[in-house]
Design a protein around this ligand. Structure first.
Ligand code: HEC
Ligand code: HEC
Length: 287
């Protein structure tokens, strides 16, 4: 199986290599381009009643997929606290003298952490310069992540189950089928058609301010300014080459004032050629 998979992937790379040779002279610096069509992300469909096990499994998928949580909550980089024990520590959080939110239970604390991240900022993880009063985490019920109430509950169920404590969130009963946020389509997702779609799809907006998108993340540099800077970042690199490398190998050049390992290093495995084109052109202010 593994061998077959490798052959298919090689085929994809070779298929794209030709296009890339013409479209992106810049790729020659990085050897064989890693830009291949992405595997379809799993969209969560909420259908009727669910058992606890099904609801926990749904939360697991959302946490590791569409919620984009692991962009930050992962062992690499230490950019956000690990959430393995969050359900068990939640009741302690609300007793902390620094706590200024409204939660009365562990369940409410977790929900509030997701919807109003600045209600309580875990010490040492606040936005730089705010003395841990402002969280860099986006509100995950808004903007490009846009989880529905049911999806948020499923993530809480996943945390509670992982922590070995009772699941207290209501399970979907099927009485009122909840619409999946973001219009979960059954069809395989198409590559992004516009730069704004691509910026949302790959979570760029979670960490960056990008041209043409109002939502603005603050973990990474403001990319509305990168067009001016890109050409002089690395000797011997054109602006285009620099931007492509920044996306495929974020640690190759670490912008001053920011930490390495924060930006995901596997974007090259997911992004398609056309999406890369859209992103690079938008960042460099080209049509
Ligand atoms: C852009 C980075 C980022 C993303 C994406 C993100 N978080 Fe966070 N999260 C943080 C940071 C940083 C903190 C610590 C600061 C704070 O308390 O808000 C945090 C804190 C939390 C906490 C409180 C942890 C505690 O120990 O009290 C929970 C719960 C949480 N996040 C859940 C989630 C879930 C669920 C998702 C996905 C739906 C998510 N986060 C997506 C950065 C992120
Ligand atoms: C989890 C947060 C995160 C995500 C998601 C993310 N980045 Fe970044 N990015 C960073 C950080 C932090 C830096 C600065 C450190 C460095 O240079 O690696 C950075 C640096 C960059 C730079 C170099 C900027 C400069 O001024 O030189 C570019 C270009 C860039 N990112 C593009 C993107 C694009 C495009 C996406 C989406 C496809 C993306 N990033 C997704 C965090 C992120």
């Amino acid at each position: 199986m593994e061998g077959n998979k490798n052959i298919t992937e090689l085929g994809k790379i070779l298929g794209y290599a030709l296009v890339i040779m013409f479209a992106f002279v810049g790729f020659t610096k990085f050897g064989i381009p890693l830009v291949i069509p992405e595997a379809p992300p799993v969209e969560e469909k909420i259908t009727g009643a669910m058992t606890k096990e099904q609801f926990v499994a749904m939360g697991d998928k959302i946490f590791h997929g569409k919620g984009t949580c692991t962009l930050c909550h992962s062992p690499v980089g230490g950019r956000a606290p690990l959430l393995d024990g969050v359900a068990t520590r939640a009741p302690e959080r609300i007793k902390d003298p620094r706590y200024k939110g409204k939660a009365k239970s562990g369940e409410e604390y977790i929900r509030e952490s997701m919807m109003e991240p600045s209600a309580y900022v875990v010490a040492g993880f606040g936005k730089p310069g705010t003395n841990d009063s402002v969280s860099p985490m986006p509100q995950i019920n808004k903007g490009s992540i846009g989880l529905s109430d049911v999806e948020i509950n499923s993530v809480i169920a996943y945390f509670q189950n992982a922590g070995g404590i009772p699941v207290t969130v209501p399970l979907p009963t099927g009485a009122a089928p909840a619409p999946a946020a973001g219009g979960a389509e059954a069809a395989a997702p198409k590559p992004a058609a516009t730069a704004a779609e691509a910026f949302n799809k790959f979570g760029c907006v979670t960490c960056h301010k990008v041209p043409g998108v109002e939502e603005a993340g603050e973990l990474g540099p403001d990319l509305t300014k990168v067009a001016k800077l890109a050409g002089s970042r690395k000797p011997g690199y054109s602006a285009q080459e620099y931007v492509i490398e920044s996306i495929l190998k974020p640690n190759a050049y670490v912008v001053k004032g920011f930490d390495p390992d924060i930006m995901p290093g596997d974007l090259g495995d997911k992004i398609t050629m056309s999406e890369m084109n859209l992103i690079v052109n938008a960042l460099l202010g080209k049509k």
